[in-house]
Design a protein around this ligand. Structure first.
Ligand code: FE
Length: 344
């Protein structure tokens, strides 16, 4: 599109998350959606890289015959099998679908940061697989082989049909709702629910003093993911405020139904992957935990709770759900926060 040559300044009151009228997606300032800039700065302050974390102890424990049981090895591999492809799916959705339709430059700015973080997460899983000498072909292919992972990935990817189509455009009630549905699927369900039983397993290892390097990688990932979730929820709520007509009772019911479907898939994942439970976390505990977090996600987009389950893993909420993530790993991130000391 040619640039319109004009002295007229951008009117940010016209700026919208989607469907910005005459949207200038190049001028970052002045900003309207300041939550996106805050998220971008939080992401930078929390910057980390997988290779900073020592995997030495994990390698020793993994190679030792008497640290991990067969069940624990199975759980560790399967959780990695889910993780290795999940962040690639999330990254593709940002770059190939979400970004294109967002007409707020400050939101695009955060999406660029988020896309990079998804790459860092995929790098972290690759680094764990490589450090431990696991079978890459087995782990990375699990999303096509293991039913519980395949079902979650297929559910998510089925919603890319339509929105990945180059012809797809927002601007009608139907297409705006299709876009919002994609946000519910990726932010609320993928980033807000589908990662969490796998996170719980990794923290189960950590609580026993096992695989602590891998668990530390996952802690950084979880901190990033909770920021991704917060941003996604802000996007959804801002679209609701800017275009209240999209938030019909039918759409709300559809969002609830999708979340319920996601919860069922996640419970199935947890119970088929860890049939005997793990680290004292039994199937019932996973079910309550997944329902509990789903209720919280629904509340945050203004929908009614569905389950009323209490949180059986309170130690998870200490690590995940609080909004104090920014200070959570102060010791390491400080180097980034004080600005790079480049040596020339
Ligand atoms: Fe993410």
């Amino acid at each position: 599109m040619p640039i319109k040559k004009t002295r007229e300044k951008v009117n940010i009151n016209k700026r919208r998350i989607i469907n910005g009228e005459d949207a200038d997606v190049i001028q970052l300032y002045p900003m309207k959606h300041t939550f996106a800039w805050d998220a971008y700065n939080a992401g930078n302050a929390n910057h980390w890289l997988p290779t900073e974390i020592s995997m030495q102890k994990d390698v020793e424990q993994w190679n030792s015959k008497n640290v991990l049981s067969d069940d624990e090895r199975h759980a560790f591999n399967t959780v990695l099998g889910f993780f290795t492809t999940a962040d690639s799916i999330a990254a593709n959705n940002i770059v190939l679908a979400t970004y294109r339709h967002i007409t707020s430059p400050e939101c695009r700015m955060y999406l660029l940061r988020q896309a990079y973080e998804e790459a860092i997460h995929t790098h972290a899983y690759q680094y764990i697989v490589e450090s431990l000498g696991l079978d890459e072909g087995e782990i990375f292919n699990m999303y096509r082989e293991v039913d519980a992972i395949y079902n979650k990935a297929s559910f998510i990817l089925s919603f890319n049909e339509g929105i990945f189509n180059p012809e797809f455009k927002t601007g009608t009630l139907e297409s705006d709702q299709k876009f919002l549905e994609n946000m519910v699927i990726f932010s609320v369900i993928m980033e807000g629910i589908f990662f969490y039983s796998a996170f719980a397993v990794m923290f189960g290892f950590q609580r026993l003093g096992k695989m602590s390097g891998s668990a530390e990688q996952i802690q950084y990932i979880m901190r990033d993911e909770s920021q991704h979730l917060n941003f996604g929820i802000e996007l959804i709520n801002t679209i609701k405020a800017e275009q209240p007509e999209v938030w019909t009772p039918e759409f709300q019911q559809r969002a609830i139904d999708l979340v319920r479907e996601g919860v069922d898939l996640e419970i199935k994942f947890a119970t088929t992957v860890f049939p005997k439970g793990i680290f004292g976390l039994n199937a019932e505990g996973f079910q309550d935990y997944i329902q509990h977090i789903a209720d919280r996600r629904l509340q945050r987009i203004g929908l009614p709770v569905q389950y009323g389950s209490t949180n059986p893993f309170p130690w998870m909420s200490e690590a995940v759900d609080l909004n104090k993530e920014k200070n959570f790993f102060e010791t390491r991130v400080i180097e980034y926060q004080t600005g790079g000391t480049l040596e020339w």
